[in-house]
Design a protein around this ligand. Structure first.
Ligand SMILES: Nc1nc2c(ncn2[C@@H]2O[C@H](COP(=O)(O)OP(=O)(O)OP(=O)(O)O)[C@@H](O)[C@H]2O)c(=O)[nH]1
Length: 317
């Protein structure tokens, strides 16, 4: 198969909560001309993002309980082999890596060897950087820096949440870390989903130097993901109070909270997100038929499972 016959692949990276699922959703909803297959990778044992992607379930494949760059890389290769047999059903493969994944080994799977590279070709690595948090993330988290350094395109997200004058300075900082990438901005009112595809960044053969010589990925062993599942409804006020308190006391240790809740008195699913100090939530649509289930994921350091469990139990109706 020549390169033009192979299915193009976007590897979407960016630290926890940078807006990856939001842009994947915006792209799938708006681009009716193309059919997407989506692989979503989550660090924790329970996946939230897959259920929040606006596609028919068949096209969204969730690979949870590890990062695509290491312990679920074999799953990625197997999944691509299965997708290759359904090639006629989609035009583009989007891979949303976990916020803690190194994009290099994922991208490499599509460049060399006799596995996924036989049926897929890498279009580009797109990295999202959260305008509110990126400076702190770069300072503290080596993987955030690495994700930026490896990108073909960098999208500074959530620019609606920072003062207008700050965007240029942030872009200049990012450009210093990766002068080869192209740079875009994205905000709630003007999302840059159309720029996730069509990079053609890997058309001219060979591995770019920044991937070939990149040191091996390193995960911070201190970062853990704790997942909780409940077949009962939550009290919204108690849950909001708990999340506010956790964010205040855990500070920078609590990197990410997300989930889908069954709320007492609400017929629709309620999805919520917390990224360090910021949290928000909204109803996102009907529950599928069958029993309802609330799913909550915390990612961070020094997380106290019994305390979280007790706090959540107090919010159940
Ligand atoms: N104000 C604003 N909020 C945004 C924007 N993009 C994403 N968000 C919010 O940021 C939160 C995290 O967004 P997600 O799309 O789930 O981020 P993610 O990168 O998929 O998160 P992980 O999978 O946990 O790494 C959600 O509450 C989004 O609604 C944006 O451009 N502006």
């Amino acid at each position: 198969m020549n390169d033009q016959q192979k299915c193009p692949v976007t590897v979407l990276t960016g630290f926890l909560g940078s807006g990856k699922t939001s842009l994947v959703n915006a792209l799938i909803r708006s681009d009716r001309a193309r059919r997407f297959a989506v692989i979503v990778n989550e660090f924790g044992a329970l996946g939230v993002d897959g259920g929040l992607i606006a596609s028919s379930q068949d096209d969204v494949i969730q690979l949870s309980n590890g990062c695509l760059c290491c312990n679920v890389r074999g799953d990625l290769i197997e999944t691509c082999a299965r997708l290759a047999t359904r090639r006629a059903e989609f035009d583009w493969l989007l891979i949303e890596t976990s916020g803690l994944a190194d994009p290099a080994p994922v991208a490499q799977s599509f460049l060399i060897g006799d596995g996924p590279a036989e049926a897929f070709r890498l279009d580009g690595i797109v990295c999202l950087a959260d305008a509110v948090h990126i400076r702190g993330q770069i300072a503290r988290e080596e993987i955030a820096l690495r994700q930026i350094a490896l990108a073909d395109r960098l999208i500074l997200t959530k620019t609606d949440l920072v003062p207008p004058g700050e965007t240029d300075g942030l872009l200049a900082d990012l450009r210093r870390l990766n002068p080869q990438a192209d740079f875009l901005t994205s905000s709630a009112d003007s999302p840059s989903h159309r720029h996730l595809t069509g990079l053609e960044a890997w058309q001219i053969g060979g591995l770019p130097a920044r991937i070939r010589y990149a040191p091996p990925p390193r995960h911070d062993a201190g970062i853990v993901s704790l997942s909780f599942r409940y077949a009962r409804a939550f009290d919204f006020t108690a849950f909001s109070r708990l999340i506010r308190r956790l964010m205040a006391v855990s500070g920078e240790d609590l990197l990410r909270i997300k989930g889908v809740l069954w709320l007492e008195g609400e017929d629709r699913k309620f999805a919520f997100h917390g990224v360090q100090g910021l949290a928000e939530g909204d109803v996102v649509g009907p529950w599928p038929k069958g029993p309802r289930e609330s799913l909550i994921v915390f990612i961070g350091r020094n997380l106290d499972r019994p305390a979280l469990e007790a706090g959540l139990a107090d919010c159940l109706v």
